[in-house]
Design a protein around this ligand. Sequence first.
Ligand SMILES: C[S@@+](CC[C@H](N)C(=O)[O-])C[C@H]1O[C@@H](n2cnc3c(N)ncnc32)[C@H](O)[C@@H]1O
Ligand code: SF4
Length: 604
Amino acid sequence: MADLKILQEFNEFRGSPPGTTICPAPLINLHFSQLGVVTACCFNRTHVLGTYPKDSVDTIWNGQAAKELREALAKNDLSKGCEKCMQQIEARDFGGSHAAFYTIFARGMAERQKELGIAPDVDQSVTPMPMKLEFNIHNACNLECIMCHGLASSSIRSRRESQPTMPNPYDDEFVDQLAPYLPHVVEADFMGGEPFLVPAYRQLWERIAEVSPKTKVLILTNGTTVDDKIRALLEKMNCSMHMSIDSDVKETYETIRKNASFEEVMENANYFREMMPPEHPLVYRYCPMRINWREMPQTVRNCNENRTILHFNQLDSPINFSLATLPYDELEEVVAYLDENGPEEPTTDIERANHGNWVEMVARFRGFLEPSNRLNGLIARLDTAAAVVSQYSGGIEGQSKKRLAIIETEGPLTEAVKSFLITRLNVDQGVANEPEIPDHILERFEGRTKGLLAFVDPTPPDMFVRVFLNELLRTYSGVWGVYEPHDFGAFERILAFAPWVAALPDPKGAIRAMVATSPEELYRLFGLVTSTDEAKTRFGADRPIAAIEEPKAIEEPKADEARDDLPTPYRRSPRKETLAAVVAGAMIDKLAGLIIRVADGPRR
Ligand SMILES: C[S@@+](CC[C@H](N)C(=O)[O-])C[C@H]1O[C@@H](n2cnc3c(N)ncnc32)[C@H](O)[C@@H]1O
Ligand code: SF4
C-alpha cells in the first residue's frame, strides 16, 4: 500500500487503529472453490492456499501460502492476489472492498463465538482458527442466467459453452476433514452452482445440524428447487436465506433467469420469509444491470414492505450488461434517476439496511463517472480475466486433466484465444467509451494479439478455426453479454465450417482476417445466423488482413432487434457507433494498426 493517506482514511472508515492488518481474511476464513482450489476469499483467485485433495484442509489452513498472505497483509501489502481490493481502496470505494467487509466481520465474529459458547480452547490471536467457511465448490445448476457463466452453472457450461462436465474433487473425505472445524465455525456460506443441487452441501448441512446447529448457515440460492427434504434440513439449522432476485417484474426476471418460473420462485420466497428467524430476515441479492436499473426504486420499496433486505451484487461483467461500463452520458442518466427516485427516509431496521445498501450502490456507480476509476476497472477486468482463463484451462491435476481431454490437447491455443478475445472486447469497449486509453493497455492487447497469431502457422487450420470460433461464442455471450444467446447448433455449424476454411487456397489468410474481424460481427455470423453461407461469403474471398482498413457496416445482432417492441430498459443500450464505425475512427486506427503490424510481422 503506497499511499499512507488513503490507508489512514480506510482505517477510519472501518474503525481500525493504525497498524491493524489491512485485511484479516486469511486469519479467519477459507474459501473452497471449483477444482479443489482453496483461497482466503472469493476475490483472491491467484494466491492459492492449497488444492484439495492434494493438500488436506489442515495443511491448507496451516501452510506456507496462508502464512505468507497473512504476513503480507499485516504489512499492508495487497500484491498477493488482492489487487481487486487494492483497486477499490485506491478508488476510495471502501464500502465495496472485501478487506473492509472481513474487518467488520472478524470483529463481530470473535464476540459471536463467545456468545454462542463455541470458542475453541486456543488463543486465536496466536493460533488462528477458521471462523468462517465459504463454499463455492460445484457448478451444478438448473438455470442459464444471462449474466452468469459455465464455471457457476453446469447448464450454461454444457449448453451455451458446449464444454465437458467440470471435474469435482470434493468427496466424503473432504466432509470428514472439515468435521473438527465445524463446532467452532460462526458462519458457513454456501454458494453456487445452485446449493440445493450440490450433494456435498447436503452432507455438510447434516453434519452442521448435528454438531453445531448454532452456526449461521448462509445459503445463496436461485430459489427454484426447494423440496420437502430440503425444507426438513433447513428447519434444523440456523439459516440465513439469500435469494438471487434480479427483478420483481415477471418479464424481466424470466428474461434474466432463463429456465426459472417467477411464480414458483415467489412462492419459495414466501416460504423462506416464514421460516426465517427474525434476526435473519430474507435477503434478495440483486445484480444491477442495464436491463433492470429503472425498476430498482420500486424493488427497494417492495422489499421494505415485505420485510426483505436488498443487497446489490457488483456486476463488472458481462460488460454489455454492466452499468459501470456505460458511456458517460448514459451512466449520468442512470445515477441521476437513482438519486431522484431513491427510497424515503428509513424508519425500521430493514428500511435502514436497505437505505444504506442503496446509498452505497449509487455511490459506487457515481464513482464510475470518474475516468481513473473506469480505467482501473478495465485493468482489473483484464487481470481477473487472466486468472479466470487459467482457472478454466490450467492448473488441473491428474485424473481431472484426463477428463478434460479437449482442454488438455488444445489448452495453450484455447488459452491464447480466450485471453485475446477478453482483452479485445474490453479494449474495444474502452476505446468506444473512454476519452483516452493508456498505451500500456494497448500494449497488453498487442501482446495478446501477437500471442494468438503465433499459433496460426504451427496449428492445423481447421483446428485453429474451430477453437477460435468456439471460444468466440463462449466469450461473446459470457464476457460481452447477449440477451438471446446462440443455439447449441452453432457449435455444429462451426464444426462443418472449419474444414471448409482449411480447404481454401490461403486458409491462413482467412484465419488472420477472422482474428482481425470484430467479435460482434463474428458472433452474428456464427452464433445468430443459422447457416454458415453468410460466413463463407465473408471469408471465402481469400482476402488479406488489410480488410480491416475498410470495415463494412455491422448490423446489430438479430436477438437485440427482436426486442425493439420491449420498453427501453429491456433493449440493449444503443451504442453510439457500431464497432465498424469506431474502427474507422481515430482511436481505433491505433488498434487496427497494431493488429496489422502484428499480423504482418515476422512469421515463424
Ligand atoms: C453464481 S450465483 C450461485 C448461487 C445461486 N445459483 C444463485 O443464483 O443465487 C451467486 C451470485 O452471483 C450472482 N451473479 C451471477 N452472475 C454474476 C455476474 N456476472 N456478476 C456478479 N454477480 C453475478 C448471482 O446473481 C448470485 O447472486
Ligand atoms: S442460478 Fe446462479 S449459478 Fe445458476 S445460472 Fe443463475 S446465477 Fe448462475
